[in-house]
Design a protein around this ligand. Sequence first.
Ligand code: ATP
Length: 366
Amino acid sequence: MADIELRNLSKHFGSLAAVDDIDLDVEAGEVVCLLGPSGCGKTTTLRMIAGLEDATAGDIFIAGARVNELAPRDRDIAMVFQFYALYPSLTVSENLAFPLHAERITKEEIDRRVREIAGLLDLSHALGRVPGRLAEGEKQRVAVGRAVIRDPQCFLFDEPLSRLDIAVRQEMRGQIKQLLNGLHKATVIVTHDQIEALTIADRIAVMRDGIIEQVASPHDIFAKPANVFVAGFIGTPQMNLVEANVIDADEDTATVNMLGQEVVLPLHAEISLQGTAPRRNAPVTVGVRPRGLAPASETGPTTISGQVDLIEPMGAETLIHLRIGEDDLRVVTSRGHPAAVGETMHVAPTPGQVHLFDHDGMRIAS
Ligand code: ATP
């Protein structure tokens, strides 16, 4: 039994299905990130779990009990919002201790928990300070600490790091991951920041238009996207997604017509065993990440050729845009790779880096 279970959960605002018949399980000790573009229903899902929004249909279970009719305070959850609210006149220690005053525990136990949480969140040095004398990252850590100190059944985080600047955000990602690892609670985090989701989550639920497109580990979301939407949404620079027609296919290659060229693509052998090998003449979408294309010195059966249109230095790497007819193919090379605008460049997909999607955009092979 999972600690949080959502069954056929929906939320309608008038005719809009903000959340549309979703199922999700979050085990104790597991961190699940709801990730997706603005308006896809992430926050509404979280607010329904918290009890801040009534579900239109479906069931919410926390620790096995149906909680749809319970008030937020009776659901044994703690929520951390994007906008942290600390008591400005109380010290860090008093802010952290505040949620414990309603519980029947001794002053010694309160002090022990405050010191423990402060240690976990690297706040021990600041226990005597008021919020006005804290850096932004420290304030957010106090907000997180105040939510987790009560030892609730599960945690809900709504864009917890989005207000912080990049350097503090990077540091906090690691700290939150460490903290959550030590607390063994079911946790749901809403974010639109894929790096945050890929770093912190045990599993990611990618949402679009109120539905969950895929739930999987960060590795599988990235390496085995279930459909064209997830493939295009995850990863920077974005995966190349190119319409193609299958000329021929066997268990480890597919010969396709793409971008006006005949190209032999390397595939994983596993696909023919699954019986999902691409069919001859079938229209497919070929997905290759820009880092999954390697420059080749000359043209060959596995290469795609195009004209260098734009060169974008990215530090250690360079993003090259190849123009092929009306299409743009993005390739990431190492910084030193020679390239000049206007010249012809050949690239070949690296084995293991090709994704094939069927006519409906669903994954058929890689
Ligand atoms: P964001 O990342 O921008 O916060 P989100 O994925 O969290 O987006 P939600 O806030 O859950 O998305 O909103 C989902 C949809 O429901 C959106 O189209 C939004 O406009 C709509 N919506 C949310 N709350 C309400 C409301 N109270 N009344 C009407 N429509 C709403």
